[in-house]
Design a protein around this ligand. Structure first.
Ligand code: AMP
Length: 585
């Protein structure tokens, strides 16, 4: 990755500028080389972060020097820490000022919560006061904190503007403004709000803009509000064919809360001989190892916190087959060459496409078959597309095994173990029992009871429940068709989804018992759905807001998940009825 000045859009030759030198196998690259305050380095070490991600390695130095920055980075790249660490590093703390020194604007309530938790975790040692503000929370709730003083405000544009209008937030002391997921904010109709907010911040501020895509509208904002920004962009040319091993690649889309269960289930069905599961942090490694051991696997943790001696012992157990799963961070796995490896599992989408290639290069060597399995949240779709572009290979989307898949598999295991026993030559000693059992029953019933007993003894049907499937984002598809989300939004004003008319193919229409009379605006609806369910704004179809109710189209596979998420949520401060639209008669 290189840092470069933002090229003009007409500068064709420069548009494929790029990132990123993924560190060599044996080149350790920790956080210590970045000029961060010791409190921040301590926080990172406590969180189990072992090295900066590529976007962090490139963004942090210029941000610490005070440059504006325009970064193209999707969720999953580590972009939050990329802007949060420099912002925290340069905060002036303890001056008693009430107004924030930094403002982060984000598109959704979920992201406001997430980013403010991240800023809090990184800045804990500095005693930083962070406040999330977003639509849906009572407007008065943050007032107390605002009066006492906050250092960082993380908010959605609409709500930040409300506070500015009421005079409850003062941005005159802001030194850094971050626009996070700027393309999503524009898609949600926040352009004017952002302009109005930036107008109320000092002109000499530092401005940072992160966006997953760089459409011309983002360029326009950058030209107007950023000063000679350093530009950081993902996007290496594709690898030449033949540089990738032949590996079966698949991805499972699951919500974060179901990840560990989904992985257990995938492993049950895949039954790897030896697998390495990559996690982001030491904590994640430890937690997942525990979960997998609880599920009956022989899993071992491998991370930078272990001594060389401990690492050697873990490796020895994997090589000898005593252990079947290694749960590791990238740093700990660097330089390992494991002959018998059959599966590489990405518990998260890696922070850079190059990391993915490094990881999966560990299987499928020397003509052997290998599998690469990735668990992804719907939001991480962009990173997967970037990986597919780099490798020029598709990653197949699979469904998490259902309860019935698992049952079939377990019955299959029971059958296989009986088949194995049939070959034993010491079965005769059980003939006496069989004879007594069949005095009054037929042989088949006795055999069935014995199979049942064996099946139950080896875990039986288990008490698994279905893991809800979530939709893969379809923003790229929309882009390819030249259809923009806000075009469909314009349709809404021409009537949108009329009640009773069937929803668009592949979509389901939801009914919400909240409407104009409750002050509901399209951006509230998009914010609530994106924030609560993790769908991308572009996945949400036409919205029609009537006086007392709202109809909204979402991808059919995600419909039940969105309904469940919205039922838990409050929208414009209230709980609304949420269900599928009923056909009209
Ligand atoms: P983000 O792209 O900012 O949403 O970050 C994605 C995830 O990566 C979050 O769960 C972070 O906690 C985690 N993360 C960020 N930076 C690092 C790092 N250097 N090492 C390990 N995990 C990280």
């Amino acid at each position: 990755m290189q840092t470069m000045q933002w090229p003009r859009p007409s500068d064709e030759a420069n548009t494929e500028l790029m990132m990123t030198d993924y560190p060599d196998e044996d080149e350790p690259a920790g956080f210590a080389g970045l000029a961060l305050r010791p409190e921040l380095l301590d926080a990172l070490s406590n969180l189990g972060y072992e090295e900066p991600t590529p976007i962090q390695r490139e963004s942090i130095p210029p941000l610490l020097e005070g440059h504006d920055l325009l970064g193209q980075a999707a969720t999953g790249t580590g972009k939050t820490a990329a802007f949060a660490l420099p912002l925290l590093n340069s905060l002036t703390l303890g001056t008693g000022d009430a107004g924030p020194g930094a403002l982060v604007l984000v598109p959704t309530r979920e992201l406001a919560e997430q980013v403010s938790q991240a800023v809090h975790r990184y800045g804990r040692g500095l005693g930083v006061r962070v406040l999330p503000v977003y639509g849906g929370q009572p407007i008065g709730r943050p007032l107390h904190a605002l009066k006492r003083g906050v250092d960082v405000v993380v908010g959605t544009p609409g709500r930040v503007l409300d506070h500015l209008g009421r005079g409850t937030i003062d941005l005159s002391g802001v030194r850094t403004v971050v626009l996070d997921e700027a393309d999503e904010m524009l898609d949600m109709g926040f352009a004017e709000d952002i302009e109005a907010i930036l107008d109320q911040t000092p002109t000499e501020r530092q401005t940072v803009l992160f966006s997953a895509t760089m459409p011309p509208r983002i360029d326009a904002i950058a030209r107007q509000h950023l000063r000679e920004p350093v530009r950081i962009q993902m996007g290496r040319p594709a690898l030449p064919p033949g540089e990738l091993p032949k590996v079966r690649q698949s991805v499972y889309f699951v919500a974060r809360t179901h990840k560990a269960a989904a992985l257990g289930r995938v492993l049950d069905v895949e039954a790897p001989t030896a697998a390495i599961v990559f996690c982001r942090t030491r904590e994640e490694v430890d937690e997942l190892t525990e979960v997998l051991n609880g599920r009956g696997y022989r899993a071992e943790a491998l991370h930078g916190g272990l001594s060389q001696d401990q690492r050697d012992r873990v490796m020895g157990r994997l090589r000898s087959g005593t252990t079947e799963l290694l749960v590791a961070t990238d740093v700990a796995a660097r330089g390992l060459d494991i002959e018998q490896l059959t599966h590489v599992v990405n518990y998260n989408v890696p922070s850079a496409p190059e990391a993915y290639v490094h990881r999966i290069g560990r299987v499928g060597r020397a003509g052997r078959e290998g599998s690469a399995i990735t668990l992804a949240e719907p939001r991480e779709q962009r990173m997967l597309t970037a990986i597919e572009r780099l490798t020029r290979q598709p990653i197949a989307i699979e469904n998490v095994p259902s309860v019935s898949d698992l049952r079939t598999r377990r019955l299959e295991l029971t059958r296989a173990s009986i088949e194995e026993k049939v070959a034993d030559d010491d079965l005769d000693r059980f003939r006496g029992i069989l004879a007594r059992l069949t005095e009054e029953r037929d042989l088949e019933t006795v055999a069935l009871a014995a199979i049942k007993m064996l099946h139950e003894a080896s875990g039986g049907d288990g008490d698994d429940v279905e893991i809800p499937s979530v939709a893969r984002g379809n923003r790229d598809k929309n882009r390819d068709q030249g259809r923009r989300w806000d075009d469909s939004r314009k349709d809404d004003h021409r009537g949108g989804p009329v009640r009773g008319r069937p929803a668009r193919a592949g979509s389901a229409r939801l009914f919400l018992g909240i409407g104009k009379r409750n002050g509901l605006r399209p951006q509230d609806m998009v914010g609530a759905i994106a924030g609560e369910s993790g769908l991308s704004a572009r996945d949400i179809g036409a919205i029609q807001i009537a006086d007392r109710y709202t109809l909204v189209e979402v991808p059919e596979p995600a419909a039940d998940m969105v309904i469940a998420a919205l039922r838990r949520a409050t929208i414009r401060g209230r709980k609304a009825t949420v269900r599928r639209e009923r056909p009209m008669h």
